[in-house]
Design a protein around this ligand. Sequence first.
Ligand code: FAD
Length: 446
Amino acid sequence: MQFDPLKSDHPGQGLAHPESYWAATAGAAPSGDGAVSGDVEAEIAIVGGGYTGLSCAYHLARNFGARPVLLEANRTGWGCSGRNGSFVRPGIGRRKYHQWVEDWGEEAARALFAEALAGVGTVRGLIREGNIDCDVQPDGWLKIAHRKGRVAELERDRQVLNDLFGFEAELLDAEAIAAGHFRGTEAFGALRAGESFGMHPLKLADGIARMARDAGAVLHEGSPVTGMARDGGGHVLTTPGGRVRARIVVLAVNGYGPELNKATRGRVLPVLSNIVVTRPMTEAEKQDTNFVTSDVMFDTRTLLNYFRRLPDGRILLGNRGPLREAPATQARHREELLATIHAKFPALRGITADYFWGGWVAVSLDSMPHVTTAEDDASLFYCMGYCGTGVSAAIHMGWRLAERIGGGAALLPVLDTVLPRMPFAAFRRLGQAAAFRWFRWRDERG
Ligand SMILES: Cc1cc2nc3c(=O)[nH]c(=O)nc-3n(C[C@H](O)[C@H](O)[C@H](O)COP(=O)(O)OP(=O)(O)OC[C@H]3O[C@@H](n4cnc5c(N)ncnc54)[C@H](O)[C@@H]3O)c2cc1C
């Protein structure tokens, strides 16, 4: 499926998930309430059925007895939430921990880290509460120096984590990585910490969808919002099957629908991130590569490689892909990702790929998500711009939004600001092309 979020207001494609390892192994889909049919009245409408929208819907229904109406263009979990790399981590946005301190000072950085950790807790809590069977792996993440010169930046983050946030993190050298995690190239040292784990992202999304519906939320799938307008004291959302009137609207569309409303139009750059999953490793390959870790891992590149071993012995590896989802460039990127696996793990040079897919992450100008109201409309909320670090952040922010809407709770000041406008928004793809060339050059230089 070819889709460019900058050229369309909505991603309505139907009800099938795109082909992926996650879609192939998720099991039975949760029940929904069908597409919108006729005109609907609601107090709260949520546009988008990924982690943000589902978590917001669930918490509004469970904590406040609300009956939010969620409108999903395709299936719940169809966007990033059902296609991601599966890393749950204490991260918010794309800045490094030491940059939080440099940019906002110690107190704000500490508050942000507490929020990021709370996000991991929110995910664990939901999994427990909903008894969601989503293949949770043991705790651990590794950020790996792909060049010798990058070890210093890991040490800076270690210091901030240990000394300022009081969070245990250690630096591993190349030998420790080879002995305890995997034998490979481009691993000159690593920062290792806990409070992170791999899981099955679509099973997680499906689990939250079931919880939301059981709690009283209405989930309309196959219902793309094709237009939004103000009408008296409320909003009117147009879908192919009927109109939805609501007093409050939450935009939870992230990289898939930022151009739908003027509050978010021109403020997010949707960037394609692709993933390849190999066939299971043979016993000989497992031994030769010593790939024993179940930690979630990524490297120090700006266009980072993220990877992990899946419970059935396959290797998942992803990174930011071509500018557009054109079949030829996608096919090329599939081969590039596989070649990256061969280069990183020489013992796997014969391994083949079984799955390949992509998804649109939402990059904001300041590399941070924003959870807030529109500048000129206190009844229009949005939460987006996770910059590719959004599993725990989106689930947690969905809860924060529910607390704000249902109970008037304050949002975190550093995130409760409007998304900054992209300069020359019409030329975002050109800017991305130039930036990616520069990042690639810098990443490979050291
Ligand atoms: C390949 C990939 C790998 C990633 N890996 C990780 C990772 O390992 N760890 C991590 O923390 N984060 C990761 N992310 C990011 C993370 O998955 C996202 O930040 C998170 O899922 C965002 O959730 P969301 O609900 O805000 O958006 P999404 O899950 O994208 O959901 C948005 C939904 O809105 C719907 N929609 C859009 N417009 C409309 C409309 N007009 N009407 C109705 N519905 C609409 C879409 O159909 C979509 O289902 C990854 C993302 C990708 C693509």
